[in-house]
Write a protein that binds this ligand. Structure first.
Ligand SMILES: [Zn+2]
Length: 181
């Protein structure tokens, strides 16, 4: 009997003549075997099982994701790339829903740099300093913009090139000599 006929029959669940769901291959012959019910009924059966065992499914999923972080990351990136419109839509809705959060965030970032940049600082010099930063180096504020004890200025004389690793280690710390009484 040709394959195309064998995998179609009257479904044992819904009774409609349709394509049957696949079962495991026969261990003896290696031939594809079919269930007595159709593809649609199989989908519903699986969905129902997941619903009834949701705790188990979620737990299994979580364990698998923890064991396969690389695959999870790849899948997420791929999904984001294939659903850019969804991501853009999400951002749009977030902006509309929480405009004050977005504004506060942007303003805080601008303020941080701008309030430390006096009017006499040459913007051209600053830009050039950043552009000439050697590879593997960061532009560092010698006195941090938001140090705990002192705040430096966003001016050329307060800038230096630091090896990236060293800059990350330094963070916002600046050693000052405590005034002795
Ligand atoms: Zn069916």
């Amino acid at each position: 009997m040709p394959e195309s006929v064998k995998n179609e029959n009257n479904c044992s669940k819904c009774g409609i003549f349709s394509r049957l769901a696949t079962a495991n291959k026969s261990k003896k012959t290696g031939q594809q075997q079919y269930r007595s019910w159709c593809v649609t009924c199989e989908k519903q059966r699986k969905a129902k099982w997941v619903q009834e065992n949701i705790e188990h499914v979620l737990e299994k999923t979580k364990l698998w994701q923890e064991a396969n972080p690389e695959i999870v990351k790849k899948t997420k990136t791929k999904w984001a790339n294939n659903n850019k419109e969804y991501g853009a839509q999400y951002k749009r809705e977030y902006r509309q829903k929480y405009p004050e959060r977005i504004n506060a965030h942007t303003a805080a970032r601008r303020r941080k740099v701008r309030c430390n940049q006096p009017p006499w600082a040459s913007r051209k010099d600053l830009v050039a300093f950043y552009e000439n930063c050697p590879k593997g180096y960061h532009v560092d504020h010698i006195i941090p913009l938001r140090g705990k004890l002192v705040s430096g200025l966003h001016v050329i004389t307060n800038l230096q090139y630091l090896p990236a690793a060293e800059n990350l280690r330094k963070h916002n710390k600046y050693e000052i000599n405590k005034p002795s009484n």
